[in-house]
Write a protein of this length. Sequence first.
Length: 193
Amino acid sequence: MGAQVHGTQDFDKVKRSEIKFSEEAMATVQKIISNYPPEKIKSALLPVLHVAQAEFGGWLSPETMDYVAEVLTIKPIEVFEVASFYTMYNLKPVGKCTLEVCQTSSCWLNGAEDIVRYIEKKLNIKVGETTKDGMFTLKTAECLGSCGTAPMLQCGASYHENLTFEKVDALLEQYKNEGRLRSYTDKDYHNTL
Ligand code: FES
């Protein structure tokens, strides 16, 4: 089933059988599901995918999407359609920290391009790439709604605003020291102005 749904991506039945939400994640998923009537369970898909992405390494593999479909009792293709539409879901492995630098008007006018070039040079990667140590992935994003404090970047649930090269240095150092996966569901997000 999965191999047909997910096209050319390999589908590993053994991996699929090993995928299971932790108790804590499943409790969160059940809470999300309870917000919707049973016939509208598909409406829970977006937040459940965020939980899945945070739980299974920062990306949604074909096996993870298949599992989410089972949990929500919907078709795997319905999960894939949504996951492949929104840029917040990663369909390929990413680093523990995905840096999303806003490149829209306000940020662009205030030096977003320089910030992107600076990070590229510092991490020795280009936009769309991941560092060899698996720590950072660099992306650009469209307006993240923080235009008044441009330039800015998002990493997981955290916003880092009024960016300077010095702030970027400190940020990368901090994330590297913490060394853990950052996700949109982080409860310990820290916004810096
Ligand atoms: S233009 Fe960058 S946050 Fe809006």
